[in-house]
Write a protein that binds this ligand. Sequence first.
Ligand SMILES: [Zn+2]
Length: 743
Amino acid sequence: MKKLVIAEKPSVGREIAKNLGCFDRSQGYIEGESYVVTWALGHLVELSPPQHYSEKYKRWSLKDLPMLPEKLDETVIEETKDQFDVIASLLKRDDVSSVVIATDAGREGELVARWILKEANWNGKCERLWISSQTEKAIKEGFETLRPSSEYDNLYHAAECRAQADWYVGMNVTRALTCYYDTKLSCGRVQTPTLALMTQREDEIERFLGSFYYSCRANFGLFSASYYPEDNSIRFTDENLAKEMEEWKGKKGRIVSIVNEEKSEDVPLGYDLTELQRDANISYGFSAKDTLETLQRLYEIHKIVTYPRTDSRCITPDIVPTLKDRIKALSNTPFSRQVDEYLKNGFRENNPRFVNEKDVSDHHAIIPTEETVRLENLSENEKKLWSLIALRFLEVLGDNYEYRTTTLKVNVENKIFIARFSTPLKRGYRGVSLSSGMKSPLLTSDDEDSFFLPSLKEGDEVTVESIKVRKSSTTPPERYTDATLLSAMEHAGRFVEDKELKANLTCGLGTVATRADIIEKLVQNRYVERDGKYFVPTAKGREVVRLSPTLLRSPELTGVWEGRLENISKGKESPDLFIKDIKKIATELVADVEKSTLVFSPDFKDGKKCPYCGSMMMRSQDSDGSIHFICQKLSCQYEEREYKVKVSSPIASSKKTFSTTESGKIKVVISKKSAVKVPTVYETKTEVVRESKLQYKRDNKERKDFSSFSFSKDRKDSGNATMADFFKLSKEREEERKNRKKK
Ligand SMILES: [Zn+2]
């Protein structure tokens, strides 16, 4: 009898197959003596769409909302049905006696496998492979210690509840908004509050009124100090004082106090995914998605780091005996000096903040595996990301940084100037980045050491040798970047007023595993745009937030849900009760939309008026540079495209000289060299991409159902106007063009 192993995707499946001695390849699986290894392609099964429950849901209509099927069913995803069929037929084989779930060891991975087994009606024995690295050793050990899958039932329930909650809320609110405002507006449990963070910031920026302030810094020869009108601020607004201070060169001052303090800075904790995404964005400008994808390759292909989608920054005690081998694996890298140092003189292996079973839920922090690192096999980006992880790992195993601060106060004309110095006493973990020649993201320019000159003492007289007054203007709050947005999502509780709620809100918006996808989805839907490293909400994005139900906009709701899902995964809450509450909320949200007195009026500054319905059309650029204008009214949907065509001007391209010869003939000399350079002239042409439905209605004098509406043009319908669809089509058009060129 054989065990059927289901991996998350083909690459992982092949790796496991190799380790289990399976070499007989067939379409969709690999077979050996005791195992058959197959794989999913992410989800192969999804929740059924609304029309599955009732014919009437085919048509989007306010009067059919809310849609609250008693139980949600699952459907096999059409695009990947072949692979599902492979697994289903393997499950039916007589020689397959049990299943090993080897999908991603997390909430979503659990759901991938469980839904496949459910759809394929598998009721037999089932075990779970739960590993944190893809190394041979980890896979081998994992198969020796398989757990009964029932131990992960609660995780499965939490995953299913998450999916169902998103369905009840997403489907209902998206349809409610879309029908009510006659424009495609998509909403989601996590997507909307995340977008709201950005649009609120945009509002703050617009409301911001700048003002001026002064700051002043004096040079006393041996040191420089800044004027502090208050203990923690160098800003002041008194213009007269500023003018006066500019003339203070040569003035005498007295040192009124020198205070020394010895301090110790704890070593940092290891990386969880969000923290790593943040640092990679700050250090290398990687987007959250870039980091996750690169990290996935380091984990899966190179096998040199542990499981990426973790929210823990600690390790469990059973990892401690393996630390030495993990350090050794970094031998032939820029960290070799630190590696030698640790192997020779030891390292800190029992720091209770880092080795902390309590703070590890599904997976420990992202750390190097025991697999020897071969830098030559890594791409530039992989190298960069890996080096952040290796650096942090070595830092975590170091000692605290100990230093002395000296605060020196000088009184000049009864104004207090303060200088601060920082002198390292023991470098501790900060030495790791120094010895490897790499800049640690933990250290900012403020951390630079400045040695205090011990010859000074209280009461000493000093002279102002030079003085500078600066006039600056206050700056508006900064737009979000990948790094700051990830922080804001992680600490969504910060934006919550209610104290009690805040205490419960430990989970933030989304999970470590999903944050990158949520950000990408907002970009795809054109609710925000990237401008360099910043996110700028679009006019449509701002409208979605303005028109969404208040409850859905705030982080409270989703934070509370995330907390409840966490409880379900721990078996502390019943899934039924949760879903009951979700249905109630979906009903309230729909009612909220229907009560609204607002209208959809995005500020499409660069748009133009729709010739059919008169509303402003959204402007969007196609990948070939042509500009599309898309009417946002669902009842219209007119779309046109503007593109430029070169206009040739042959007359001006060369210079002709006429002369009459002696025989009386006319001689024409065309001289190319002297051709006058005429700038190329472009003409803008407009082409209708999709006729307005209003036009269609007029022509047919009868109203047609949206869903049965089709276009007989050669272009596919880019209807329903989500930007994701638009970009997909744009990509297809580009492919088409390329193929045509090849031919
Ligand atoms: Zn229109």
